[in-house]
Design a protein around this ligand. Structure first.
Ligand code: NAP
Length: 333
């Protein structure tokens, strides 16, 4: 049984303890190709069994199906589960002929107060809860000042519909402006050995300054770092990654240098590559939670087990040197 390290999470005056290795549930209802709803349900139940109870979803995942799936399990045994969900990405359900091309389903971003109010009701109902633990703006709406959106989110806290507020993929300036309106508990940002932008764009510094927890999403590089993706055409026809710049063959061929480097280090130190990667990420920032995603119970167990391994200073340094030595090809989006 894994023992997952914990962290104090929240805002001044309202802190709770949550696990530092959570569960990204996005792909349990699609996104990275096919999924098996029985296995997805088993993953959620297993996550509760092993204390992997910091869950991440969004109203847009599975075009609403993801929150409902979580709701079906929370309804049975959700007492100790902490759920974060998000609003703001407008996606059109493409139906069964979807070819994985995100540009065909993306319809914009909304951060208007009306939209915030409408969406929170929908998420509360889908999740089947009275209060959402953590409510994120998924992407900042460039046409609505962040003060206005966060002002509307703050109203939800006052009304008891939401406990904590979060932002996803914001800039450092947006975070600071938002924080002046209402304390922000979490910033969700992509962070892994192949995506370290947060270290240089000011967001990590702003989080440290304000005491905001970083929630590192796609910590395994959307699965690339696990090493099973070597050809673009191996990805399912409905897999979003198939059209992502980092997963085009030229990028894959270059970026595999990082995977091979991690492989060599894992062998040298006698560790699982995936566990070593997650454990390394956790050493980069104490006020951070990682939320790896998976469609398999066995991977959930492996990922949660990363909490059991401790890296030596030499191992941490080795991985940093590797990360710094490789120029990753392909934009994130
Ligand atoms: N805020 C945002 O904009 C945003 C964007 C993206 C993601 N997220 C959140 O972050 C979560 C995680 O991100 P992600 O799913 O994109 O990427 P990830 O966690 O970096 O990687 C997930 C991929 O890694 C594979 N994998 C996981 N554990 C493995 C293991 N032990 N061995 C081998 N392969 C393994 C999974 O394979 P299988 O699927 O085959 O199990 C899946 O393809 C999402 O679920 C979502 O909640 C947020």
């Amino acid at each position: 049984m894994s023992s997952i390290p914990t962290i104090k999470f929240g805002v001044p005056g309202d802190k709770i303890t949550v696990p530092r290795i959570g569960l990204g549930t996005m792909t349990l209802t699609g996104g990275y190709g096919s999924f098996d709803i029985a296995e997805s349900t088993a993953i959620l139940n297993r996550a509760i069994d092993i204390g992997c109870t910091f869950w991440d979803t969004a109203d847009s995942y599975g075009f609403g199906a993801n929150e409902k799936l979580l709701g079906s399990v929370l309804n049975q045994r959700g007492e100790n589960v902490f759920v974060g969900t998000k609003f703001g990405l407008l996606l059109k359900n493409p139906g069964p002929d979807f070819d994985g091309d995100f540009s065909k389903i993306f319809q914009g971003i909304s951060g208007t107060p009306e939209y915030v109010r409408e969406q929170v009701e929908s998420s509360l109902e889908s999740l089947g809860v009275d209060r959402i633990d953590l409510y994120y703006q998924h992407r900042v709406d460039p046409s609505v000042p962040i003060e206005v959106t966060v002002g509307a989110m703050a109203e939800l806290v006052k009304e008891g519909k939401v406990r904590y507020l979060g932002l996803s993929e914001c800039t450092a300036d947006e975070l600071r402006r938002a924080y002046k309106v209402h304390p922000i508990a979490a910033v969700q940002f992509e962070y892994s050995p192949w995506t370290t932008d947060i270290e240089r764009n000011g967001v990590l510094d702003a989080c440290r300054e304000l005491g905001v927890t970083v929630v590192a999403y796609s910590p395994l590089g959307r699965g690339f770092l696990a090493g099973n993706i070597r050809k673009n055409e191996d990805l399912d026809k409905t897999d979003w990654r198939r059209s992502n710049p980092r997963f085009q063959q030229e990028s894959i061929d270059n970026n595999l240098k990082l995977v091979e480097g991690l492989d060599a280090l894992a062998k040298k130190h006698g560790k699982s590559k995936v566990q070593m990667t997650l454990a390394w990420l956790l050493t980069q920032e104490p006020n951070m939670i990682v939320i790896p995603g998976t469609r398999r119970v066995k991977y959930l167990d492996e990922n949660s087990g990363a909490g059991n391994i401790t890296l030596t200073d030499e191992e941490i340094r080795d991985i940093r040197q590797l990360v710094d030595s490789i120029d990753i090809k392909g934009s994130r989006y």
